[in-house]
Ligand binder design. Sequence first.
Ligand code: DGJ
Length: 715
Amino acid sequence: MMMQGENIIRLDNAKLTLILVARAQGAPEIAYFGKALSGGDLAAVSYLRSRNQFHNSIDVDIVQASVLPTLGIGNFNPAALRGRRENGDWSADFNLVQVKKRAGSLTLIMEDGTAGLRLSITYSLAKGSAVLDVCQTLTCLRGVYTLDDLAAGVMVLPDDASELLIHDGQWCNEFNERRFVLKSGTWAAENRKGRTSHDHFPQIILGTPGFGEHHGEVYGFHLGWSGNHKICVDVLDDGRRLVRLGEFLHPGEIVLKKGESYTTPRLYMSYAHGLNAFSAGFHDFTRRHILHWPAGVMRARPITLNTWEGNYFAHELSALMAQADAAAALGIERFVLDDGWFGVRDDDSSSLGDWYVDARKYPDGLGPLIDHVRAKGMEFGLWVEPEMINPDSDLYRAHPDWVLTTQGRPLITGRKQLVLDLTRPEVLEHVFGWLDALLRGNAIAYFKWDMNRDLVAASGVNGRPAYHDQVRALYEILARLRASHPGVEIETCASGGGRIDFGVLPFTHRVWTSDSTDATERVRIQRGYSRFFPPELMGAHVSNTPGHQTGRRHTLSWRAAVAFFGHMGMEMDPRHLAADEAAELAQWFALHKRLRPLLHGGATLTFDAMDHRHAHGVINEDKSHAVVGLYQIQSQSRKGAAPFRVPGLDPKAHYRISMPQPWLKPTRMWSEGQLSLLGGKVAVPGELLAAIGLIIPELRPESALILEFHKVQEA
Ligand code: DGJ
């Protein structure tokens, strides 16, 4: 029997359970989110959530952990909704009016008659998915309502989910992992840069103290949005953690008139035991529910040559054709022509907006280069930056009013460029029009879609902040392009990792992970990236040595090993490789192609940090085949590394281990046992590989070892 006037609402699948308690008054309370619970009787939940009265407190008990904490009702914790009516009313108090349950989804409809607002919250949980998503729609039922803040969703976590793991950084140094313990108060991060940003990724992980790759309770949150965002974690009075993620709104950005609505971005959340399972769950969800491939399924990710670091703006047709020849000989499958092909763009100071081929560089258009690339068996891709305009461009001279600006404020450039106001229909049509024409007129299989600056004072024609509408307009262009040219793939690149999120990924197929192609930096960047996103989307290129961002020198083996697990490619003039390097790189590409179905379709394997050594791997569904890379960043600090234990294999099966790089030469320091073990001569039970582990031979700094594990078939 349940407490009077209360109802328990639940949404679950085999992996997760969400339990809410609906009461006669107020928004429902979040009672539980986490590991799937049995289908048993939940009536007791309302007793378990029943609280005593407190001295020196108000005389009614206000649910703190509701699905929608609001202001002015006795909830002293931060609110998920802030705004005001034209008469100054700022409080809000919603009552549940309807619950709609469908297979895999739950919608709560709530109303506040005093404020004249309706709010609906929809939770979705697909069968077998490890990710629950939620979004909210606020509708103004009368007059005018100015919305200052509405979380996409809130969640309440147990008091021991006290350790935070966040990802932040800067251009060329994204996805830094930072950990800290939040004992009281609020932790918040806001991104106001108008794109997802390099600095603050719209995601957060919380876990029990010391959570690691294979231990601890882990909860993760990601906001699917390519604009401004806000993340808050509050410690409630009772010690539980309230997590809120949503769009960051500028003053007056959203003003709703009667009948108008604002829908938040979607918030994705997951629970898992350990970070490894967490990442595997998010990757699986991304593959099944976020990505939309041409023809419905992902085809093998083509090994890519991108011309940027090999040429910059100095395009010379015969040299590019020769690079295409050299690329094809290495096994490259996609050739992408980067910035510098249009207008009169000899540096980054002009021509964005003038999307016609530069006849000085390409007298007969792009056709001859495209034909040449295709004749070599590769597909052709092209760099574009459609949202941008240089003041020094024909487009700007013709339409100086087409940029995002705030009247009376200076026009601030970034990389010498301004941002087109896509919220103006004629600008949106113009941008869609030239992209569409480019695709109709040329055999282009792929766009590298760049976006190289933050937004400043971005107002639309009505003078109000236009950040939200700009993101929606971008999505509209991408959606229309995908509909008109379903075979074309798009890379999301914003100065490298500045726009990687579940908002843009439904329209795109690859990310340019970072403008840093330095292999040593990339080990860390790619590890942070991989927490939420799968490897097949992760652009990872072998580039020049010394590296253009850091000046470091690296062997070809190190550069290739680091790029190996992602969407592999190269970012240099392939003619500059020494003969032995070219031969080795061709072998890396061949190996990547052989293992590609596993690398890009398996479940990720992560490992706790070792002595300056990082490991990353992937395993197939029946656990018969795994590949693991070990990356030694600096010299070991101890004599002998700790045994490398490999959880995740089938404990009951035997495995043979091999080193698939045929060019790798064991040194005379390797023991007989190591040579036998890593040479595939011994079959080892998976249970022992997990419990005892193997002793990896000493690796020099900035060198890697790739290991392949094959289950021994029973006779
Ligand atoms: C920034 C990108 O991240 C680079 O890869 C390159 O495309 C340049 N822009 C071109 O301007």
